[in-house]
Design a protein. Structure first.
Ligand SMILES: Nc1ncnc2c1ncn2[C@@H]1O[C@H](COP(=O)(O)OP(=O)(O)OP(=O)(O)O)[C@@H](O)[C@H]1O
Ligand SMILES: Nc1ncnc2c1ncn2[C@@H]1O[C@H](COP(=O)(O)OP(=O)(O)OP(=O)(O)O)[C@@H](O)[C@H]1O
Ligand SMILES: [Mg+2]
Ligand SMILES: [Mg+2]
Lengths: 278, 287
């Protein structure tokens, strides 16, 4: 088995050509092989920009991004980087390239020069994983929002990258679809050892990560394990963020002097905690 | 304004090998001033259905009535329907096309022949309503915005038309939590102030539980149930089967109850849960 990819950012700054402000400032971080990192932050805080730097779509204005030893500045290495760090974009429409779902999913592996037989196999597997096997021959632009999003995820899975970067992959999904995607992501991380970077506005999803990064105005302003981050309810709210409903409940109950743990993150933890009290 | 959907079916690309029935035999009445939530799995037909309500899509069979008038009958101008029935699309990018944000939001009001002054006023008001500073963003290109910022501009463009019915197709997808709450609060405030009729399409069970008076549940092209959120969220298993769910807080209370704890599971918000748990804990004498 291949070792999962590592991503390092060294004093990274990024400025869009059309803008006078820096979209990212002083970003230093290391994502370890096999780690599951969630990135949260208000709209416009720089999450997508950072993700696009991770897979070499953008090059830092200053500083370096190193993926598995390859600097994204070296144009010759770009496919090596994309093969290692696959990205699911925020808007699936921007990602759809073909007129038939299975061709769309095959696009990435084709660019990697994978033999056709193997591609067919991968496409089938990937579509099965996202539960779109029956849609293989459909036109992607005619699918519903959530279906398109899953096609985009399948396209990345078919490239078998060591690291998967997902930019709000569940924004358009129904509750069950959202759970399925997160379950798939967790499985890829735990069972296949893939590195995962998940950008999300759903706090219940960020809770699944090993580590949470909080961005604000182009900077990383908080960093820690999910229970360390989400127990800081007031600080998160000040940033315009939120906590899962059960975490909010624990926070409220603690204010009412009910002796509950403050770092509750899931329904299961809350049930256990409350059962001891009543 | 009221809406009546009568036996509406929509077939995409009829009489081709790609023919597909997106919605089937929909019957639905939205009364003046009501706040509806529309939920359903991806591909269940929500966007297809709401695009019928302002005449953007035409039923393959069936009829749409606005204030009792069939919108596809002779003499009804679809342009005037679209002005009164504002629709915010699921993908804001599809709605943005001008060079600057100001022009983009002004597009609708310009089309209905308002004066320059009125247009400017509306653009400013609409942008502030969605939490964007007019001065800061007016000259920017909508394509230089983050995903969430684009969505706010798209909503502003519809609000600037001052519609009587406001239909929002997942308006909070991609918004950060504060942005989500602010926009939803604005919608509630607008609804009250301007007596709007509102339809909110959403995948957030938490949001619809908190906000709407009535819910319609779609499943494979049909409306399979209608009722208050309290009624609809009783059926946890049934909703999961349909690709949906219930608010996390409701799930918690159902699980507590199934553990034999003496709490109500008829809970839709964190505040309700808090009150219920405090009651239960006090009975035990712990707090
Ligand atoms: N193409 C662009 N040209 C100029 N500025 C841009 C461009 N794309 C984004 N920006 C700006 O860069 C900043 C960071 O944007 P980015 O898309 O990374 O935010 P984000 O955290 O992903 O937000 P969201 O949660 O809304 O997706 C924002 O202020 C945005 O307006
Ligand atoms: N322009 C189109 N041509 C053909 N089929 C379409 C078209 N638009 C949607 N469909 C199909 O019609 C069905 C209903 O799609 P619709 O977009 O209304 O669903 P939705 O409930 O809004 O889903 P989502 O929650 O993912 O946005 C889907 O099966 C979809 O693939
Ligand atoms: Mg983004
Ligand atoms: Mg839709």
């Amino acid at each position: 088995m291949k070792i999962a990819a590592e991503i390092t950012a060294l004093d990274v700054h990024y400025q869009y050509a059309a803008s006078s402000d820096l979209a990212l400032k002083n970003i230093n971080l290391k994502i370890k092989p096999g780690e599951f990192v969630a990135i949260i932050g208000p709209n416009g805080s720089g999450k997508s920009t950072l993700a696009k730097l991770f897979n070499g779509l953008f090059i830092p204005t200053k500083g370096d991004i190193i993926v598995d030893g390859f600097n994204t500045k070296n144009k010759d290495d770009i496919w090596k980087i994309r093969q290692r760090a696959g990205m699911v974009f925020q808007n699936p429409d921007n990602q759809i390239v073909a007129t038939i779902v299975q061709e769309d999913v095959a696009f990435g592996p084709e660019n990697l020069g994978i033999p056709p037989e193997e591609i067919r196999h991968r496409v089938k597997e990937a579509l099965k994983t996202v539960e779109l096997a029956d849609y293989a021959d459909k036109a992607p632009h005619l699918l519903s929002g959530g279906q398109k999003q899953r096609v985009a995820i399948a396209g990345i899975l078919a490239m078998k990258p060591d690291c998967i970067i997902l930019d709000e992959p569940t924004a358009m999904l129904d509750p069950v679809g959202r759970k399925e995607v997160i379950t798939t992501v967790k499985k890829l991380n735990k069972k296949e050892g893939k590195t995962v970077v998940l950008i999300t506005h759903f706090m219940e999803e960020a809770v699944c990560a090993d580590r949470v990064l909080v961005m604000e105005k182009g900077k990383i302003v908080m960093e820690g394990r999910p229970n360390e981050i989400f127990s800081q309810v007031e600080k998160l709210k000040k940033l315009g963020l939120d906590v899962p409903q059960v975490t909010e409940l624990a926070y409220q109950l603690a204010k009412d002097n009910v002796p509950v743990q403050r770092d509750i993150l899931t329904v299961g933890e809350m049930v256990d905690c409350l059962c001891q009290l009543m | 304004m009221s809406i009546d959907v009568k036996n509406v079916t929509h077939v995409y690309m009829p009489n081709t090998p790609f023919e597909s029935i997106a919605i089937k035999d929909i019957n639905w009445t939205v009364k003046d001033g009501e706040f509806w939530g529309l939920i359903g799995h991806t591909g269940s037909g929500k966007s297809t259905l709401i695009q019928h309500l302002n005449g953007l899509l035409k039923p393959t069979s069936g009829e749409i009535f606005i204030n009792g008038k069939n919108i596809h009958s002779k003499g009804v101008k679809l342009k005037s329907i679209r002005q009164r029935v504002g629709l915010v699309f699921q993908y804001p990018e599809h709605q943005l096309f001008e060079e600057t944000i100001e022009q983009d939001v002004a597009f609708g009001p310009k089309n209905i022949g308002l004066t320059e002054e009125e247009i400017a006023g509306r653009v400013k008001e609409a942008l502030e309503l969605v939490g964007l500073s007019y001065e800061k963003v007016k000259d920017k290109s909508p394509f230089e915005l983050s995903g969430g910022q684009m969505r706010r501009v798209a909503i502003a463009g519809v609000l600037a038309m001052k519609p009587e019915i406001l239909i929002l197709d997942e308006p909070t997808a991609g918004l950060d939590p504060r942005g989500r709450d602010e926009i939803l609060e604005e919608i509630v405030a607008l609804k009250q102030k301007q007596k709007l009729t509102v339809i909110l399409v959403s995948h957030s069970m938490e949001d619809v539980a908190k906000l709407v008076d009535k819910l319609a549940v779609m499943y494979h092209g049909r409306i399979v149930s209608q009722g208050t959120p309290r009624e609809i969220f009783q059926d946890y298993a049934g909703l999961v089967e349909k690709g949906l769910g219930i608010p996390q807080i409701t799930e918690l209370m159902i699980k507590m109850k199934s553990k034999g704890k003496n709490v109500s599971s008829d809970i839709l918000t964190v505040d309700e849960a808090r009150a219920e748990i405090i009651k239960a804990v006090r009975r035990k004498g712990l707090a």
